[in-house]
Ligand binder design. Structure first.
Ligand SMILES: O=P(O)(O)OC[C@H]1O[C@H](O[C@H]2O[C@H](CO)[C@@H](O)[C@H](O)[C@H]2O)[C@H](O)[C@@H](O)[C@@H]1O
Length: 384
């Protein structure tokens, strides 16, 4: 393996105060700020409440984020009150779709805009290619979805960008014709390009499972032992919480609370917080009923999209139309990149209204499949 690097590392040597804010622990929100009040205390005596065990996660916003982290599953309608509520949510969803139109209904508009441009497809995995299920180990992709992705990849360069480890997502997708980025884009396999490997630090030439020469880019490689250590601590700390599950995704770790009783959410959040407080170079982000622990580096799914476009020789080009389909908060970083450079489209998969940087929406994984199939049909029947 030949490691060449010249460009600055994306690793941020973050000073502690910034890390605290990244963790959501703003000093002004802490019950007992170390810095003290900015006005004279001789004028005013503020009675201070004794901190309780769960104050950290109540004050830093983790709990609110956890409650809002995934749309509730549809309940069976048993009475008329629920029917009214359902009608209301349909109205809310339909008016939300004015801002985020269906990518299926807007298909003509999308392909008109594509014109002769080269379409590049980026796909998230969980909630996009496989429906959200209770057990992350059983989030399988249907055979029809696999076939839709395989067909899309015949005509358009296609990459999967997942929060899971690259190996895990490859095991689930099983398609060798795609490019894969695991650990929220912190572990990327891309085609060999000499120019690229000298521009990015931590980019090395390697071989993939099929023995093909590839570029392996791992901007957070130095965090590997730290994530392993934190993973063990998280497993230990949460072992008595019924339903909790911790996954090691190589450059990040996930703590799932989907199967944990809601009354124990403050406890699990506090236990994760207790581990993280000793790691100022790690931060926490929120996914769908999952707390995600990741390095404080200037790298995310958006940067991964830019990197992959560059690896494919398709960056800075007006004849390229990237389309990114994803359902999660981490996908917003990719939507933002596409919106900021004013090319390509983010498509949010959501059955509930939520603010997004995407341009279009799809309701669920079956609509994702339909959209991918439409692209293939269009390519086979209309494109040159
Ligand atoms: O970037 P993604 O490919 O969407 O991965 C994000 C997380 O996905 C998985 O968790 C989510 O899906 C599970 C299976 O449906 C579900 O049980 C869980 O509640 C969801 O959060 C994965 O297990 C996580 O590690 C990923 O970070």
């Amino acid at each position: 393996m030949d490691s060449k690097s010249t460009k600055a590392s994306p690793i941020l040597t973050d000073p502690t105060p910034i890390n605290k804010s990244r963790l959501g622990i703003y000093s002004s929100l802490l019950p007992y700020s170390q810095s003290g009040p900015s006005f004279s205390t001789s004028m005013l005596t503020i009675p201070r409440k004794k901190p309780t065990k769960l104050d950290d996660v109540r004050s830093n916003g983790w709990l609110d984020a956890m409650k809002a982290s995934s749309p509730p599953r549809k309940k069976l309608l048993k009475d008329s009150k629920l029917e009214v509520a359902s009608d209301d949510s349909n109205v809310a969803y339909n008016s939300w779709m004015v801002k985020y139109p269906s990518a299926i209904n807007s298909f003509e508009q999308i392909i008109t805009c594509a014109g002769d441009k080269k379409i590049v497809i980026f796909l998230d995995y969980d909630g996009t290619l496989s429906p959200i299920v209770d057990d992350p180990d059983r989030a399988f992709m249907s055979a029809d979805m696999r076939s839709a992705v395989r067909n899309v990849a015949k005509y358009f360069p296609t990459a999967i960008i997942s929060g899971r480890s690259r190996d895990k997502v490859f095991e689930l997708v099983e398609l060798t014709e795609l490019y894969y980025a695991g650990s929220h884009g912190m572990d990327i396999i891309s085609p060999v390009r000499d120019m690229l490997s000298t521009e990015h630090s931590n980019c090395i030439q390697s071989t993939d499972q099929q023995g093909k020469e590839v570029n392996l880019f791992q901007p957070a490689s130095e965090f590997l032992p730290m994530i392993e250590e934190v993973f063990r601590a998280l497993v230990g700390n949460t072992k008595d919480i019924k339903g909790a599950k911790v996954e090691n995704h190589k450059f990040c770790a996930s703590v799932h609370y989907r199967n944990v009783e809601e009354k124990s959410w403050p406890t699990i959040a506090q236990l994760v917080h207790d581990v993280l407080k000793d790691y100022s170079r790690l931060r926490l982000t929120h996914g769908r009923k999952v707390l995600e622990v990741r390095p404080v580096i200037d790298w995310d799914k958006g940067r991964a999209v830019e990197f992959l476009l560059e690896s494919l020789g398709l960056s800075n080009s007006d004849d390229v139309l990237p389309i990114y389909i994803g359902d999660d908060r981490t996908d917003e970083d990719a939507f933002k990149v596409l919106r900021a450079c004013n090319r390509g489209y983010g498509i949010l998969v959501s059955s509930a209204p939520k603010e997004s940087n995407a341009f279009f929406s799809l309701k669920d994984t079956s609509e994702v499949k339909e959209f991918l199939e439409s692209l293939v049909y269009w390519k086979e029947h209309n494109a040159l």
